[in-house]
Structure formats: structure tokens, C-alpha cells
Design a binder for this molecule. Structure first.
Ligand code: GCB
Length: 607
């Protein structure tokens, strides 16, 4: 799916701003036809943003069920003869969309874009303004990713949407909802470019880059032109049906993309009609790079790459999970400042705008799909309660997981920054049905994108995990000395060395420490250090780093977490998860200075 941009043949109308908003406590809106009838009350609501932290009452923050959004927009007369799509960057978690009172589309899943052609429903020019109405439902159940369960807290039962319904879920981030990412009207020519798929390889003889480009379009041919970062054309080709709508370009002596040197080429694709006239034009920023796993090494451009960085969340004050360029640019600046080269999009695909920024600024990304909360464990972190049963993740949810992986790869495959896919975080990989589930998901991911390594982030211990054969990198989340052996820093090395040896003997694959970290309340100091103090967070990271530096097959360290973030309320969370190395307001804790020193030393090759 192409990101919406303006070109000589396309226009984008941003529909951000303040929309009308109305919560729908008992699901009355559908029955009363709020898509065209007046609402009982109207509140102002910013878009994009989560609605939860904008209002002032707890009822709205913890709302379970539908809410309604509405705004009007005028379309230029010149668009009448073109194709106009209404596109949502993400709406969490289910959406129904009406244009001028008529149903346009519906979508399930809160972290990926969807669009539908709206031309027949729209008015243009002097015909007047169009009304767009969106119903958003935030309910999580065993058909959604992440999953959840709605519990009825009232004496009289109560259904989803009732005042006493409570949403329960098993992942550790707040269930923000709303129109989270940009909403746009996108005008493009009829029979234009639908999709572009690229793949880069290296000619082992002469080091040239080979760029394979496939175009998806009903047009008879596409002219494909590649310009280098200075704007000079370096390769051209033609894709047409006889060539399978594909062509291969060669770039001698390319500038390879990498964090630290994020050279971006531009691929221009022009759809031509039978007379060779321009029908549509799209411009794709493209980094040339290769990635593969070889033995113990993760190779970027045939050189070992070590992941230094974080798990992160799309999360900030007030806007919740609402997209904000200011937050994203600040975060990229902080990542560079601290010497990180990578992030994981824990635990869902991030906004396309973030990936475009990461391409441009040189931050490597592990792209994760929202399969999180599919695991339960006891106090000793042993798995309990089957998850992949017919009633839970074994049914509808598998189909949704497959759809989500397909949509994520189709959206993100052209991003140089994405070096690896993560198909899930902390799932029941010890269950027979779980292994079957992930075998299907991994098979699909490999078929759609054979060019990137795969991982499935584990919390299971090697004695339980059974999916090592499906992945290229074993990624583990570990909290020795925090959730287990609380405050005992010496336990970290003892337990980590023992466990790492087991993984190694079992799978002989490179390993990523995809999470390790300790909560620290900014401003809380303790000498000697103790849990929740800034000093303890530093000591904790140091102890883990000493342990992992002893193993050459470890290909990276991702600290949990980049910044403090909101979670549901609970006795282990003090105003959210405080494992951030930065505060939620993106200011450094003491650990940030320690990591900066370590990672800058590593970057300079002094470790
Ligand atoms: C984990 C999860 C992450 C949590 C983190 C924690 O293993 O992957 O989502 O936030 O632990 O802080 O407990």
C-alpha cells in the first residue's frame, strides 16, 4: 500500500484538526442513525489523537465501546473526474465510515491504514460540503490483536458498551483509542499506480546494487527512474505486462543505506498509457541495502550489525497514541544523541510517518505486528492457561494475525530502515497449537518477503520455547533482578549465562536481547541504589551489559524502554511503566547518560 503523497498527478487533503465527537455509552448511535441524524451532544476532539486523555472524567478515559467522530470537507471541482480515496492512517480498533450518510467501509485492527474509494459518494466544487462520520469501537476480544476480554462489573450484568463494562487485557500498555493517525482524502488518477514493490540485492562479483522493481497497475507500462541522493539519474527501466510488470535496475558503486549513513535514492515510477503519455506518477524514497543472517552474524550490507537501542511505544502526554511529528522528531533526535542505532516497533506497526523519518535519519527498525498479550505465566514465569484454544487465540484470531502480517508487510516492505520482522511479542510458543499458529504466520511472512530475517520475541525459557526453528534470530525479553530475584543484581549474570548457554545448545542461532530494564521514577535517588531509583536503573543496565558482553553470538541489546509510557492501573505500575530511559516528556534519566557513554564507545569501535 502506497503512502499518500502529492506529485504532479496526485493530491492529498489533510483532514486533521478538531472534529465533532460523541461517546456512545449504550450503542444507541447505530440504532438512531447518527451517521446522518443529529447527536445528543457534541464535544470537540483533536485528530489525530487518542480521545482518552483529552476529556476530564475517568468515565471517558476508561470508556468501553463505540464513540463517534464527524467533520465536513469540501472537494475541489477538479477532482470530479479522478479517483478520490478516503484514507485512515490508523483507527483503534474497529471503524465504520460513512460519507454523506452512506456507508463507505469498515476495518478491523488499530495499527494499520485502510482506505476506500469515495468518489461516488462525494460532492465536488459547488455541489457543497461532504460530511464524514466515523464510528470507532475500542473493544478487545479474542478476535483482535492484541486480544482482551470485556468483563461486566455491574450487578445487573451489562454488555459491552454498558456503563459498567470493563475492558481487561493482557498486554502492558494502555488501551488508547480513537483516530490515531492522519485522515486524508487522496486524489489520484483512475487506472494509476496501485503499488510498487522493491527488493535490493548485491552483485557479489562487482559490488553493484541490483534493484528489482515490480509495479502494480492496470496501465500498459511504467517508466522507472532511479536518482541518487544528489538527484542525478543513475538507472532507468521499463516495466510492462510481458516482463511481469517488473524490471531490474543496476547501480554500480552504490551508496549503501545504513544507520549513520542513510543515503536515500528516489525511485520515480511513471504509469504511461498506450500512447506513452503520462497517466500517473509516484516518488518513493529508497535506501539501497542488503540484510541477512549468516552463522552467528546479522549482516547489513555484508558487514556485522549490532543493534543498540530500545523497545519503544507510540505514547505521549495528552495525545496518547495519537501521531505527532513533534514527538517523533524529538525521539529520533534523542535516539541519535544517546548513540542508539535501532528501535523495535513494540508492540504494533508504527505510523508510516515514523518509518519515513527512520529511513531518512538512519534508524534501523525491527517491525513488529500486534500479536502481544498471548501468554500467561505464574510467579516463577512458567507458562499457565492454554492460549491457542478454540475459544481463544485458536479461532478467528489466527486469521486476523495472518491478515495483519500481510497488511504490515505490504505497507512497509519498501522501507530500508526495516531490517527484520517480529511476528509477535511474548506468546505461548510452548503450546502445540501455538507452534502450528506461528508456523502458518512465519510461512506467510517468508512468502511475502523472503528478503528479511524473521524473529518472534520470546519470554519463554529455552526449555519451553518450541519456535526456534521458525526464526532467524532468537530474541528474548529478560528481567532477572527485577521481576525475579527483586533487586539482586548478582542474579543477573548467573541466570543469564546459564540460560544463554541453553539457547545456544538448542538452536545455534544469533540472539538479540530484545528487552531488559528496570523502572526508575525520575528524581528518586538512593545511595546505595535500590529498586525504582535512577541509580538502580543504571546499576541494573550495567550488570546486564556486563553479562551480555561475554557472548559473541549476541547481535544486539534493546533496553526496555525508550520512554515512560501509560499502562492500565495496577499495583506494579506507578502512573504507568517507568522503565523509560527518558521520561514521558522525553527528558533523560541518569541511565540515558550511562547508555550514551557505552553506545558512543561501541560506535567508535572501542569495545
Ligand atoms: C515485557 C513486555 C513489555 C512490558 C515489559 C515490562 O516483557 O514485552 O510489553 O512493558 O515486559 O515492563 O514488564
Amino acid at each position: 500500500m502506497l503512502y499518500p503523497i502529492d506529485t504532479e498527478t496526485r493530491s492529498v487533503l489533510e483532514l486533521g484538526g478538531v472534529w465533532d465527537f460523541c461517546p456512545d455509552a449504550d450503542g444507541a448511535g447505530l440504532k438512531a442513525h447518527w451517521e446522518s441524524e443529529p447527536w445528543p451532544a457534541v464535544f470537540p476532539m483533536p485528530v489525530p489523537a487518542s480521545y482518552n486523555d483529552i476529556m476530564t472524567d475517568a468515565h471517558m478515559r476508561d470508556h468501553v465501546g463505540p464513540v463517534w467522530y464527524r467533520r465536513t470537507v469540501c472537494c475541489p471541482e477538479t477532482w470530479r473526474s479522478q479517483q478520490v480515496r478516503l484514507r485512515f492512517g490508523a483507527a483503534a480498533h474497529h471503524a465504520l465510515v460513512w460519507v454523506n450518510g452512506r456507508l463507505l467501509c469498515s476495518h478491523q485492527g488499530g495499527f494499520l491504514p485502510f482506505e476506500a474509494e469515495a468518489t461516488p459518494l462525494l460532492k465536488f466544487g459547488p455541489d457543497g460540503a461532504n460530511t464524514i462520520v466515523v464510528l470507532i469501537d475500542n473493544i478487545l476480544d479474542w478476535t483482535t490483536l492484541p486480544p482482551g476480554e470485556v468483563r461486566c462489573a455491574g450487578m445487573d450484568g451489562g454488555a459491552p458498551g454498558a456503563a459498567r463494562a470493563r475492558q481487561d487485557y493482557f498486554h502492558d500498555f494502555f488501551n488508547y483509542a480513537g483516530l490515531h493517525r492522519p485522515v486524508r482524502l487522496v486524489m489520484q488518477p483512475r487506472l494509476g499506480i496501485e503499488d510498487i514493490r522493491t527488493r535490493v540485492s548485491r552483485d557479489m562479483d562487482d559490488g553493484a546494487a541490483r534493484l528489482w522493481v515490480e509495479t502494480v497497475t492496470p496501465a500498459p507500462a511504467c517508466r522507472v527512474t532511479l536518482a541518487d541522493p544528489r538527484g542525478h539519474t543513475v538507472a532507468e527501466g521499463l516495466s510492462h505486462p510481458a516482463a511481469g510488470h517488473a524490471c531490474e535496475l543496476r547501480v554500480a558503486a552504490p551508496q549503501w543505506w545504513s544507520p549513520g549513513a542513510p543515503a536515500l535514492y528516489e525511485l520515480k515510477v511513471e504509469a504511461l498509457d498506450a500512447d506513452g503519455a503520462l497517466r500517473d506518477c509516484y516518488r518513493l524514497p529508497l535506501g539501497l541495502r542488503t540484510v541477512r543472517v549468516d552463522g552467528d552474524c546479522f549482516l547489513l550490507n555484508e558487514r556485522p550489525f549490532y543493534f543498540r537501542g530500545f523497545g519503544r511505544h507510540e505514547d505521549a502526554d495528552l495525545r496518547g497514541k495519537g501521531h505527532d511529528d513533534a514527538v517523533n522528531v524529538r525521539d529520533i533526535n534523542l535516539l541519535k544523541w544517546v548513540g542508539a542505532n535501532s528501535v523495535r516497533t513494540s508492540h504494533y506497526p508504527y505510523a508510516e510517518e515514523f518509518l519515513r523519518l527512520a529511513d531518512r535519519e538512519g534508524i534501523a527498525v525491527i517491525g513488529e505486528c500486534p500479536a502481544v498479550g498471548l501468554y500467561r505465566f505464574d510467579e516463577q514465569e512458567n507458562p499457565v492457561t492454554p492460549i491457542f484454544t478454540d475459544e481463544k487465540a485458536g479461532g478467528e484470531l489466527r486469521r486476523h494475525h495472518l491478515d495483519t502480517v500481510r497488511d504490515m508487510i505490504n505497507r512497509d516492505r519498501n522501507h530500508a530502515c526495516i531490517l527484520m520482522w517480529s511476528l509477535g511479542n511474548e506468546t505461548a510458543t510452548h503450546e502445540d497449537a501455538g507452534v502450528e499458529h506461528f508456523t502458518a504466520v512465519a510461512r506467510l511472512a517468508r512468502a511475502l518477503d523472503p528478503s528479511r530475517p524473521l524473529t518472534i520475541v520470546e519470554c519463554n525459557y529455552p526449555r519451553h520455547s518450541r519456535i526456534g526453528g521458525l526464526v532467524d534470530v532468537i530474541a528474548i525479553n529478560r528481567y532477572y533482578g527485577w521481576y525475579l530475584d527483586c533487586g539482586d543484581l548478582a542474579a543477573i549474570a548467573e541466570k543469564f549465562h546459564a540460560e544463554i548457554g541453553e539457547w545456544r545448545r538448542r538452536w545455534k542461532k544469533p540472539m538479540l536481547l530484545s528487552e531488559y530494564g528496570a523502572d526508575a521514577v525520575a528524581g528518586l535517588h538512593k545511595l546505595p541504589s535500590a529498586m525504582f531509583s535512577e541509580e538502580f536503573q543504571v546499576d541494573y543496565l550495567k550488570a546486564f551489559n556486563r553479562a551480555l558482553d561475554a557472548h559473541s553470538f549476541i547481535i544486539g541489546e534493546h533496553v526496555w524502554v525508550f520512554a515512560d509510557f501509560a499502562t492500565k492501573q495496577g499495583i506494579t505500575r506507578i502512573d504507568g511503566n517507568r522503565k523509560g530511559v527518558f521520561t514521558r516528556q522525553r527528558q533523560p534519566k541518569a541511565a540515558a547518560f550511562y547508555l550514551k557513554e557505552r553506545w558512543e564507545r561501541m560506535r567508535a569501535g572501542k569495545t
